[in-house]
Design a protein around this ligand. Structure first.
Ligand SMILES: Cc1cc2nc3c(=O)[nH]c(=O)nc-3n(C[C@H](O)[C@H](O)[C@H](O)COP(=O)(O)O)c2cc1C
Length: 218
């Protein structure tokens, strides 16, 4: 499965089967984490078989069921965008491995013994991961015209923007605008923190599918 297809098939999944993460799949996830941490200067940790963070009333009301594996999104306090970018890369690779995921900010409880937060770092949120009981469903979305400024835009830009609209964002707010500036630079407005990095990664996957392998961000 190519990355664009994984991006199209990904939806938040909050309910998981008992199938554990093991063997080659587990090894692949651990490699993805190590690479993301190396490339982004991050401290993401894969936490296995720790349901505590999802046992709160809030999590249960929010639909989390049998959620016990997650990526703890830990980094220096100014690294929200990088966590979003590399976290979404892990999400799409996990989708290719046959797994399901859900980004989680507000509805996650604390389980501080499950991961290490070094000095100057914080836990920004988690990404639940496992074998879903469903594949989720497409989110309601803004239209291209709501987020894109400009006319007669190249195919790669339109494809990037369409992929950005498929990105997970906190409370599905889709808080971003995209425009094409001089010298083919792409300006991403409004979004911040995790959302900003997630949207950037999705845009790059969409743009790459139409031949733009190196998006220049303004
Ligand atoms: C930064 C971030 C935080 C999120 N926090 C939560 C959360 O606390 N609880 C939850 O159920 N979903 C959470 N989500 C998932 C979003 O609600 C979901 O991505 C959005 O509704 C779009 O749906 P989709 O992921 O199926 O495309 C979060 C997503 C992001 C990107």
């Amino acid at each position: 499965m190519d990355t664009l297809r994984a991006l199209e098939l990904r939806h938040s999944v909050r309910s998981y089967t008992d199938q554990p993460l093991s063997g080659d799949v587990l090894t692949a996830l651990q490699k993805l984490v190590a690479k993301a941490n190396q490339d982004g200067g991050l401290h993401i940790q894969l936490v296995l078989d720790r349901p505590k963070a999802f046992r709160s009333l809030l999590a249960r009301i929010g639909g989390f069921k049998n959620t016990k594996n997650y990526f703890a999104l830990i980094a220096k306090k100014n690294k929200g965008e990088e966590l979003g970018y590399y976290g979404q890369k892990i999400v799409l690779e996990a989708q290719k491995l046959g797994l399901n995921t859900c980004w989680v900010g507000g509805t996650v409880g604390k389980d501080p013994d499950a991961y290490d937060v070094d000095r100057g770092e914080k836990l920004f949120g988690v990404i639940a991961v496992g074998y879903g009981t469903t594949q989720g469903h497409p989110h309601e979305s803004k239209k291209l015209d709501d987020v894109v400024k400009g006319k007669d835009l190249p195919d790669w830009f339109v494809s990037g923007a369409e992929a950005a609209l498929l990105a997970p964002t906190a409370m599905n707010r889709q808080p971003f605008t995209l425009s094409l500036e001089k010298k083919d630079k792409v300006a991403l407005g409004k979004a911040s923190g995790l959302d900003k990095g997630i949207v950037k990664y999705n845009f790059e996957v969409g743009a790459a599918s139409k031949g733009c392998k190196n998006v220049k961000w303004k």
